[in-house]
Ligand binder design. Sequence first.
Ligand code: 6CS
Ligand code: FE
Length: 299
Amino acid sequence: MTTITDPYASRVDDSPEVTERLDPVLHDPRGVATPGPLTAAQLTAFEHDGYLVLDGAFSEGEMSAALRELDDLSRDPALRAGPETIIEPQSDSVRSVFAVHRNSEVFADMAEDHRIADVARQILDSDVYVHQSRVNLKPAMTGKEFFWHSDFETWHVEDGMPRMRAVSASVALTDNTEFNGPLMLVPGSHRSYVRCGGETPDRHYETSLRRQEVGVPDLESLRRLVDEGGIVAPKTTCGSVILFDCNTMHASGVNLSPHPRSNAFFVYNSVENAVVEPFAGLEPRPEHIASRSSILPLG
Ligand code: 6CS
Ligand code: FE
């Protein structure tokens, strides 16, 4: 009898550990099989650091249009009452709007835009589909934090993403400054995999998307990653994009500044890495959080 063990098992007991990543970061290391916009130096930097900033990928005009669209979406009563809209636990502010690429033409076009989708194809060396999209909002003076996590850990355990062959693009709809709760990343952390302690509750997403407590690293593991790689919080102007590997450890703090911070977030998964049954053995999360039925390659 063969026992198939899950190399990325997590939340199975109370002993967290830092293990090795088993998958490549660049799926065609020479970046020639699927040509794309990134230079050899950018590919090498992404492979080494687990993230890459594309300054000014989109124009200010494009971002103003996206912000107007976001305003409409977050005021739309039907969408606001629907499961796509996540409200902060301690207020009635909108924290996230999920599946924006399905509910809005502006964000659908952004997801398909060659300036980012071609980069994802180049890194993953295949066609891609959108596993998840969302806009995260942090209003001036009140925007709340996102605790440390590796996205892949959640997508593997809760969505059944088999391997590390996905990349995220965070598009800055506003400037991201040191004061408004910018994305923080641990360079090099994508080369390790932190198995988390604890157990996944049923319908975990109902709480985790507001405040995540399971699927987050323990202090010792985070300290090991940060002692090695440090922490960066790239300051970006609106229209810039931060690309990061699905397993890069990241977080973001509160926004105490008088300026809002809003970022659109698109997760590109390789069509060769389509999701299977969740590895936690629980019901899959709903379609607006993790695409399961619409996994056609982006055009
Ligand atoms: O649960 C998820 O899929 C998501 N949660 C966080 C905090 N980041 C990535 C992803 O959007
Ligand atoms: Fe995340």
